[in-house]
Ligand binder design. Structure first.
Ligand code: G1P
Length: 306
């Protein structure tokens, strides 16, 4: 199975930092965000490789995933074996590239990966949010297997006044991931979907459950995307193709705790993610708290991490 990571966006919410550095290459501690998303995808047993949907304007993403023999030889000759191994690993990840050279929307981006995906189910992972535990995609695969291989997406509750920023789902409670009773907004709940809507006005949203950016989809969605008309914001929306998929196939959603994951889509979210990752990493935690100074360190030491 392939995993598709759309990464052709302009990163406007992060300008001017993203003027020359793609937002996908911004670091979270010592690794770019997109490497963390690639590793999350590859943690699913069935995923053998990742397709990144890039734009030709951002060749540094390909460069990052390419081998760097000269740098590695230099590191090895200076006894920096661990850094050499980490650098080599980044260049050896099974990543292929396709291109979206016009910003026509998420649905259009995913469609560019159709030749790579062929006739198999595939994962979509949005590239500015990663889940360090690597659990969510495995859960999507489990729920899909329990329901005949249908499409399953991850959702999470969002405050009602923010629903218009996201894709929102409607559905009925259909069980839970571990078989214990759950409320409809509780992590682990499984919903049988009855509708989806992209960026609805708050008073028209059917629920407060938003599409988080982790999808396990049947290949039929590629056929639907090929004929998809532009929707919200004049863009070809993946959510709109899923609305049509739901007319033909069952679809389920798994509720997750959105704080299981780390957002990097804005400067504040990215900074918070770096802080949480530093606090959760025993090799970084003490130096990070020291760098913050005593007052901030006291607040951070009790923060919820991962
Ligand atoms: C996209 C999807 C939306 C989803 C969101 C999650 O929107 O279209 O359904 O809820 O990602 O981040 P975008 O953020 O690209 O506007």
């Amino acid at each position: 199975m392939k995993a598709v990571i759309p990464a052709a966006g302009l990163g406007t919410r992060f300008l001017p930092a993203t003027k020359d550095i793609p937002k996908e290459l911004l670091p979270v501690l010592d690794k770019p965000v997109i490497q963390r998303v690639v590793e999350e995808a590859l943690a699913v047993d069935a995923v053998d490789s990742v397709v990144i949907v890039n734009s030709h304007e951002k060749p540094s993403i390909e460069a990052y995933f390419s081998p760097a023999p000269k740098l590695i030889a230099h590191l090895l000759s200076h006894g920096k074996d661990a850094l050499a191994a980490a650098t080599e690993a980044a260049g050896e990840l099974p990543v292929a590239f396709v291109y979206q050279d016009e910003p026509l929307g998420l649905g259009h981006a995913v469609l560019q990966a159709a030749p790579e995906v062929a006739d198999e189910p595939f994962l979509v992972l949005l590239g500015d949010y990663f889940i360090p535990s690597h659990e969510v995609n495995r859960t999507l695969a489990q729920v899909s297997a329990e329901h005949g291989g249908c499409s399953v997406i991850a959702v999470a509750p969002v405050p009602h006044d923010q629903v218009s920023r996201y894709g929102i789902v409607a559905g009925e409670l259909a069980g839970s991931v571990d078989g214990t009773p759950k409320g409809i907004e509780e992590p682990g709940a499984v919903l049988k979907l009855s509708g989806l809507v992209e960026k609805p006005p708050a008073d028209e949203a059917p629920t407060n459950l938003f599409i988080v950016g982790r999808y396990l989809l049947t290949p039929r969605v590629m056929v639907l995307l090929a004929g998809q008309e532009p929707g919200a914001g004049g863009e070809i929306q993946l959510t709109d193709a899923l609305v049509r998929l739901l007319e033909e196939e069952e679809m389920y959603a798994v509720v997750i705790d959105v704080m299981e994951g780390c957002d990097t889509g804005t400067p504040a979210a990215w900074a918070g993610t770096n802080a949480r990752m530093a606090l959760a990493d025993p090799t970084q935690r003490e130096a990070f708290l020291e760098a913050l100074g005593p007052v901030a360190a006291a607040v951070c030491a009790t923060a919820v991490t991962l």
